[in-house]
Design a protein around this ligand. Structure first.
Ligand code: SF4
Length: 470
């Protein structure tokens, strides 16, 4: 009895710490591993987060065709198989929990997630949650409300079996085969599909109380780069809370490569994002991994006015960020109210001076947002802008091979690739080799072999069992 009470108190003590001790250890390890060039005061990898995670080889098939497509050409020869998905996800997520602690964002990604049955999709999300991940399903968004409802509701009771769903819908004019519009010439032709995607989640919330977080993903090529501003203006109020742009890279299925993807720089993409956002963004306030891979800008719209969460030119905001990380570290703010309150109290208790810093930061943010009256008049709408620039397979292959031998290349291009891989913020789990692998290495090096193997294991045409006695 006494030992049960002691154990319960110990659990409670850990639960209400700002940062779980397993996460503290994982962050320290990640920080130690990072190359010196990214250990800047605004670096969040290894201080606030261990990085994003993604699944691989769990449902490689997709029913749309994209140019480019990051999956190897054999991906579509692998059957979507719920049992395989459940087993693999459980093992990959258990490994991630062990290596990186709890509370990290993990993408349910591979091929097209909606090719899983709603029950298998739910089981996958459930396993991710069980292993302390925060799952986001990555989809082309071409599914119906019936599917979403079946995913969210218990098939027996008809009651919600999830409280919240997080989805990223990938929409761009390089995708072929969407129902209702097989071939897309310009981005604006997809707006009704983007709107329909958001509307399904809004209906789910209205009818069943299941909340959502929606991201919009878009591959950027010379064909659509100039359409980014119009996409952002048209989609800002649809319901997406994140807009993520991926400049196309030469990776994956070579048959799907079109155009010169290196015709423009990532700076040019970001300029277009800023043009569409209608404001200067502040990606340098906060960095995740290498700036050549990632840019992230947090902020809110109050009416038409955009207020960055942090002003990258204001040293007081830089100090506030530092104070925040020192006080709360990797704290998970998504928690039941009493737990959150206890975590906040314990954080402030160990660094009470941060209370003053927080108050002055909040005052500056309110001012940026137009003042208290503007905030009372208009509900702020948080929107995050992201750019994630994957690398070309021809650079990643030699860079990864050398890294595994512990050798840094003399070739500046390969060395740059190695530095980015070392600072990678997007990892995939390989429990069988005890490794975490950057997504670039996964797609450029490991996917082709993995899909060949899966093609044998999960052929598209299932061989019927031989009749008894044959
Ligand atoms: S190395 Fe590749 S997967 Fe990792 S953060 Fe950079 S672009 Fe992304």
């Amino acid at each position: 009895m006494l030992s049960a009470v002691a154990a319960r108190l110990r659990d409670l003590e850990v639960l209400t710490r700002p940062e779980h001790p397993d996460l503290t250890a994982a962050l320290a390890t990640r920080w130690d591993e990072l190359p010196a060039h990214v250990k800047t005061p605004n670096q969040m990898l290894g201080r606030r987060t261990a990085g994003c995670e993604g699944t691989h080889g769990v449902f490689p098939r997709c029913n749309l065709a994209c140019t480019p497509c990051y999956h190897s050409k054999d991906a579509n020869r692998v059957r979507t198989d719920g049992e395989h998905t459940r087993r693999e996800i459980d093992s990959q997520m258990a490994f991630l929990r062990e290596q990186r602690g709890p509370g990290q964002n993990a993408q349910l990604i591979g091929g097209e997630v909606s090719l899983l049955s709603p029950d298998d999709h739910f089981a996958a999300l459930d396993a991710m949650l069980r292993h302390g991940r925060k799952p986001m399903s990555m989809s082309h968004g071409d599914f119906d409300y019936d599917y979403l409802e079946a995913l969210a509701l218990d098939p027996v009771s008809g009651k919600p079996r999830v409280k919240h769903l997080s989805f990223a819908g990938h929409f761009d004019s390089m995708m072929y085969g969407r129902r209702g519009i097989k071939k897309v010439d310009t981005e604006d032709q997809l707006h009704e599909h983007r709107r329909r995607f958001c509307a399904m989640f809004q209906r789910l919330e209205r009818e069943h109380g299941v909340t959502h977080y929606l991201a919009h993903n878009m591959t950027v090529t010379p064909r659509n780069i100039d359409q980014i501003p119009a996409v952002l203006r048209a989609c800002r109020d649809m319901g997406f809370r994140m807009f993520s742009f991926q400049p196309a890279a030469f990776v994956g299925n070579t048959n799907r490569w079109k155009d010169d993807y290196r015709e423009f720089s990532t700076d040019r993409v970001w300029e277009k994002v800023e043009e569409g956002a209608g404001a200067r963004l502040h990606p340098n306030a906060f960095q995740i991994g290498d700036v050549r891979c990632n840019r992230t800008a947090y902020g809110s719209y109050v009416g038409e006015r955009y207020a960055p969460l942090l002003d990258e030119d204001d040293p007081r905001d830089a100090a506030a960020l530092s104070g925040f990380v020192d006080t709360f570290g990797g704290m998970d703010f998504v928690a039941p109210a009493p737990v959150l309150a206890a975590r906040l109290l314990r954080g402030y208790a160990r660094n009470h001076r941060f209370l003053v810093t927080s108050a002055s930061f909040a005052a500056r943010f309110v001012k940026r947002a137009g003042g208290p009256r503007a905030l009372l008049r208009e509900r702020p709408q948080a929107v995050t802008y992201v750019m994630h620039a994957f690398m070309d397979a021809k650079d990643v292959r030699p860079a990864w091979a050398l890294l595994r031998k512990g050798v840094m290349s003399d070739d500046p291009r390969i060395r740059e690739t190695q530095e980015r891989l070392q600072a990678c913020s997007y990892a995939m789990a390989h429990p069988e080799t005890d490794e975490l692998v950057p997504a670039c290495a996964q797609h450029s090096v490991l996917d082709p072999m993995e899909n060949l193997r899966l093609q044998q294991e999960l052929p598209l045409v299932q061989v019927a069992p031989a009749p008894v006695g044959a």
